[in-house]
Structures are given as structure tokens and as C-alpha cells.
Design a protein around this ligand. Structure first.
Ligand SMILES: Cc1ncc(COP(=O)(O)O)c(C=O)c1O
Length: 438
């Protein structure tokens, strides 16, 4: 009898424990968001202290004008700058960004209805997908992609459909321009369930700048199927080799269906300040309001005020050499040229970027050093990066992680490095890699 009671007690406790475990678990739909391999990279990086070219964050300061604007705000005595501001964007900032983009788009924007301020481009992507996705809606994502797109579509209960950019040649100098999509394949992806397509130009990681012809093709499909376009242009101010960034919202019939996203972090070397913006048609931007108040209420007021000041300064210096945007573009282009020349001299073929923060290099010339000849666990580039952190003491990002599982083979030979770093950091990385060069 005593054993029977104990048995019953055990049963109820096991049931209780399992319910506890379920209640304490992350919900099913978020489980695939947990990334083990990156945690492993970070643990290794903590241990081996490599030169870190893995993340798109500068290791130098934002412009002095931005920092001094912030320090003035803090000591201005204007107490309102320490309190909540308008949920959808601080008036001074939406006015400044509205004027700035009115110039870029050659169209007058209404600052209160065509501009929306977010916590980084990340929150802009999150709001755009959450407020425009019904369960089962399909989003077309172009590979290689910024990986939160996939998770955010899934979190919004949408369905991802992929199309990969592929190089149209394999030998000689390959530039990001040589990577393109198959037009028939893209045409076939659009259907009645398509809610939209996400276009990232200049692209992370390969630096491709979509051409007018490509964007017109995408725009025509979006209009034919009456879909949205999320246009991620966080690297819009970094364009090289005389290439021009084209905004899809400027093509006929596209403004009202495009959510264009920018990043103060990427534009002004201040990724930790977490400021982003959106411009687009009043109807789609008003949809973002459905969540903003419940998610963050408003973006920090002093940060918005400081960005308003720098945008006003950019407006005064539009296109001139004392514009930060203009001079930073030149500086980054020289960093890009340095790393490309150095990696190429070390025998690593690169995809020459036309814009953005990154270069993808082929690591297979070092494969014999790393003794990576077959799949061990995970993707080949993942294995290589672990080896590289430990032995070369340089940290890059696996190119295959920008592809869906069926297309990972396209990225497996590549490693992504950022060049938006101090000259000293880049030199250091190149010296370390050169010790292993073949
Ligand atoms: C393509 C792309 N979109 C969006 C973001 C996020 O930008 P933010 O730091 O402003 O949230 C990044 C950051 O690396 C990015 O590469």
C-alpha cells in the first residue's frame, strides 16, 4: 500500500514537472530562433581574442557632430528632451528626415505620414512584417539574405519562399554585379498568396547594388501581383566603383507599395544608438502604428534629437565634401580597396562589392592548413571559421549562413569580413592571415 501511494505521488510529480517544463519553455514557433553555432563562435572568440571582422559594427567613433549634439542635449536643461516623445517619430527628426528624403526621392514627403522612426532598422523590419503578415502569407526572400528576415517572417506566421542570386561566371575577377537572379524562377515564385518581396540593396553580404533593370523587373511583378516590397537600404550611402543606389520607391507606381528602411547606425557609424527610419505611402506606414506603441512606445528622445541635428547638418551640406555621408563613403571605399587588394594578394578570391560593409572571400586556399576536407559537423565554412578563430586569430562570418538549407552549397566556400574598421585593425587581420597563406 505504501509503495502504491509513493508510486501515485511520483506520477503526479512527474506530470507536474512536465507541465512546469512546458510552461517554462520558449513557445514552439520561436524555437528555431535559437542559434547554437554562433554561440559557439562567440565562446571561442572570448577564449582566443581574435581580430573581429565578423560583425558589421565599426571600431571607431561616430562623427564628432553627432556626439557633440548628444552632449549638448544632455546639458541643455530642456527637460522635455528627457521624456517620451511622439510614438511614430520625434517631430524634429521626422521633419529633418522628411526634407532629406524629399530631396533624394524628388518628391515632397509629409513628415508625419510618410516617415516613421524605429529602434534601428531591425525594429522597422519587425514592425513591417508583423503588421503586414496573415498566417500563410508568402514572402519572397532573395539569397544571400540578412538572416533575421527568415526568422521574422516565421515569427509573423508567414511562409518564406527563396530565390538565390548566383554568379554568372566562375573565373576571373568576380564582382557583386556578376551575381544575379533567374528571371523565370522569380516570376514562378509570385502567386496569389505572395504578400511581398524583401529586397536588400546594397546587399549584405556580397555588396550587390541592384540595377535599374533588375529593380524594374521586380517592381513589375510586385504590381502585377499587387504585393508589397520591403526595401532594406541600410547601406544606401556606401556605394563604390561609381555605382548608384536606386530606390525602388522612385519607380512608377511603387511608392505606395514600398516600405523603405534606413539605419542611423549604419549611416553614421553608431550601431549602438539603435535608430532606424522608414519612408513610404501613408497607408502602409499607418499599419506600423498598430504595434509601435505596444512594442517600444517611442524611440529614445535624446537619440532622435541628436539624429535630427545631424540630418539638418547633412541637409545644409548636401553633396558637399563636409557632409559626413559623402566623406564617409570615400573613407569606406578606401578601406574596401585595401582589404580586397590584400586578400587577393594572399591568394583568396573575393567577390568585389559595389557597396555596403562587407566582402566575401573564398577560404578554400587555406583548407589544407585547416585540414577540412569533408563535412564533419555543420557546414564547411562553419568548421573553417572555428579553426580560423583558434589558429589564425581572425574572426569572420560563414557565407553559407546567408542561404536557406537547400542553397547552402552556394555559400560554403566563402567567409564574410567587414572592412568598416580602423586601418590598424584591418592591417592586423591581413598580417595574421598572411602567416597562413599558401
Ligand atoms: C541588411 C541589414 N538590414 C538591417 C540591419 C539592422 O540594422 P540596425 O542595426 O539599424 O538595426 C542590418 C545589420 O547588420 C543589415 O545588415
Amino acid at each position: 500500500m505504501r509503495n502504491f501511494v509513493l508510486f501515485l505521488l511520483m506520477l503526479t510529480q512527474t506530470k507536474w514537472l512536465s507541465t512546469m517544463a512546458d510552461k517554462f519553455d520558449v513557445p514552439e514557433r520561436f524555437k528555431s530562433n535559437e542559434e547554437s553555432v554562433f554561440e559557439e563562435f562567440n565562446d571561442l572568440a572570448e577564449q582566443y581574442q581574435p581580430v573581429d571582422l565578423s560583425q558589421g559594427a565599426p571600431d571607431f567613433n561616430p562623427p564628432l557632430k553627432l556626439r557633440s549634439a548628444m552632449s549638448k542635449i544632455m546639458f541643455s536643461g530642456d527637460s522635455a528632451l528627457n521624456q517620451y516623445t511622439r510614438d511614430y517619430g520625434h517631430p524634429r527628426l521626422v521633419n529633418a528626415i522628411g526634407k532629406y528624403y524629399s530631396k533624394l526621392l524628388n518628391r515632397i514627403l509629409d513628415p508625419y505620414n510618410n516617415i516613421f522612426i524605429t529602434v534601428g532598422a531591425t525594429e522597422a523590419l519587425f514592425l513591417s512584417l508583423q503588421t503586414h503578415t496573415n498566417p500563410g502569407d508568402e514572402w519572397i526572400i532573395i539569397e544571400p539574405y540578412y538572416d533575421p528576415y527568415v526568422k521574422m517572417v516565421k515569427d509573423a506566421l508567414g511562409v518564406t519562399r527563396f530565390i538565390a542570386l548566383k554568379p554568372n561566371k566562375l573565373n576571373g575577377t568576380i564582382t557583386s554585379d556578376d551575381w544575379t537572379f533567374d528571371r523565370q524562377e522569380l516570376t514562378n515564385l509570385f502567386n496569389v498568396n505572395t504578400k511581398g518581396i524583401i529586397v536588400n540593396t546594397p546587399n549584405n553580404p556580397i555588396g550587390k547594388i541592384f540595377t535599374l533593370d533588375e529593380l524594374t523587373f521586380i517592381a513589375d511583378l510586385a504590381k502585377k501581383w499587387d504585393t508589397l516590397v520591403i526595401f532594406d537600404e541600410v547601406y544606401q550611402f556606401l556605394t563604390f566603383n561609381n555605382k548608384k543606389h536606386i530606390r525602388i520607391a522612385t519607380l512608377p507606381g511603387m511608392f505606395e507599395r514600398t516600405i523603405s528602411i534606413g539605419s542611423g547606425g549604419k549611416a553614421f557609424s553608431a550601431t549602438g544608438w539603435r535608430l532606424g527610419w522608414v519612408y513610404g505611402g501613408a497607408k502602409i506606414l499607418s499599419n506600423l502604428r498598430a504595434l509601435q506603441t505596444n512594442v517600444v512606445m517611442s524611440v529614445p528622445t535624446p537619440i532622435q534629437e541628436a539624429f535630427a541635428i545631424i540630418f539638418e547638418d547633412e541637409l545644409r551640406n548636401f553633396g558637399k565634401s563636409n557632409s559626413y555621408i559623402t566623406s564617409f563613403n570615400k573613407l569606406v571605399e578606401s578601406k574596401k580597396n585595401y582589404i580586397i587588394k590584400s586578400l587577393t594578394e594572399l591568394g583568396m578570391n573575393v567577390i568585389v562589392p559595389d557597396g555596403g560593409y562587407f566582402v566575401v572571400a573564398n577560404w578554400t586556399t587555406l583548407a589544407h592548413e585547416a585540414n577540412i576536407t569533408k563535412k564533419t559537423t555543420g557546414d564547411l565554412d562553419t568548421e573553417f571559421i572555428k579553426w580560423m578563430i583558434k589558429n589564425v586569430k581572425v574572426f569572420g562570418f560563414p557565407f553559407s549562413s546567408f542561404f536557406d538549407k537547400n542553397d547552402k552549397y552556394i555559400g560554403e566556400g566563402g567567409i564574410r569580413f567587414t572592412y568598416v574598421k580602423k586601418e590598424k585593425t584591418l592591417k592586423n587581420a591581413i598580417e595574421l592571415i598572411s602567416k597562413w597563406g599558401s
